[in-house]
Design a protein around this ligand. Structure first.
Ligand code: C2E
Ligand code: CA
Ligand code: CA
Ligand code: CA
Length: 273
């Protein structure tokens, strides 16, 4: 049996296995981490492949745990989603990313990942508008990265929220393109500003025949629809060559830069101007 519920402290049912127990422990700690300001945003540059300039930096959350050190979002985002903590976490991330981006030169945008669960908050577009206003950031400099699961929603509610966000002036990117079932059909549902091909298709370039075919098709679709095309996870020069050959607009990956602390990314931006 599971522990009795939210906010309970160390009341683990007897016999609960170690894995569940560790998870329960982490939920409690994550809630505290939010209150204590242990979350931190790192920023990873996206490079325009024509000009080689930084166009955008993607905000990627980290948890600076007092004992365990820096914890990856892979280890706590789904937990935050399960517990509902993704709502305050997502709000903090959005506000913090806008504040940071306001310090950068105006040609550089910031990208923020949105969880599908944040769309349950009917006031999401108001939060976006407020974050921009509070930071004094031009709305066109904010890109919101969503996955197709946002549009999987049966009702038109999420679509409506996306349209509201668009009206605020922010840009919408489809993240992890190709990993879902219907990425293609969702391009018809909403006019995305950007497509980001998931790094699983980049990792086996240029030899992976299937990946190459998919990457090539996405570049073509982006071109014909006038959508900015980006790839993530570029680690090697041969991968970059393959991506360049297909005519992608932008790339992101360890070959250019790892996710950097706010201070580090600011230095990189200054140095590259
Ligand atoms: P994502 O949105 O697909 O972000 C890209 C991930 O790929 C990041 O992992 C980034 O560090 C990693 N990456 C970038 N370049 C390379 C590369 O060349 N090679 C390899 N192997 N990896 C690369 P990260 O920072 O661990 O984030 C993982 C995921 O957690 C993100 O995947 C995103 O879905 C989620 N996430 C991160 N921050 C937030 C946030 O603030 N809110 C929400 N809702 N989700 C977030
Ligand atoms: Ca992303
Ligand atoms: Ca993602
Ligand atoms: Ca991805």
């Amino acid at each position: 049996a599971k522990a009795s519920g939210r906010g309970t402290y160390r009341q683990f049912a007897p016999g609960m296995d170690a894995h569940l127990r560790a998870k329960q422990e982490m939920k409690i700690e994550l809630r505290r981490a939010l209150e204590r300001g242990e979350l931190e945003l790192f920023y990873q540059p996206l490079i325009n492949l024509g000009t080689k300039q930084i166009t955008t930096c993607e905000a990627l959350v980290r948890w600076r745990h007092p004992d365990k050190g820096l914890i990856s979002p892979v280890e706590f985002i789904s937990l935050a989603e399960e517990t509902g903590l993704i709502i305050p976490l997502g709000e903090w991330t959005l506000r913090q990313a806008c504040r940071e981006a306001a310090k950068w030169p105006p040609h550089i945008s910031v990208a923020v990942n949105l969880s599908p669960l944040q769309f349950r908050n009917r006031k999401l577009s108001a939060l976006v508008a407020d974050s921009l206003r509070e930071a004094g950031l031009d709305p066109s400099r904010l890109q919101l990265e969503i996955t197709e699961s946002v549009l999987l929603d049966e009702s038109d509610n999420n679509l409506h929220i996306l349209q509201e966000i668009r009206q605020v002036g922010a840009k919408i990117a489809m993240d992890d393109f190709g990993t879902g079932y219907s990425s293609l059909s969702y391009l018809r549902t909403f006019p995305f500003d950007k497509i980001k091909v998931d790094r699983e298709f980049i990792s086996d370039l240029p030899t992976g025949k299937e990946s190459l075919a998919i990457v090539r098709a996405v570049a073509g679709i982006g071109r014909s629809l006038g959508i900015t095309t980006t790839v993530e996870g570029v680690e090697t020069q041969t991968q970059l060559d393959a991506v360049n050959a297909e005519g992608f607009d932008e790339a992101q990956g360890y070959l250019f830069a790892r996710p950097l602390s706010a201070e580090q990314v600011f230095e990189v931006i200054k140095a590259r101007r």
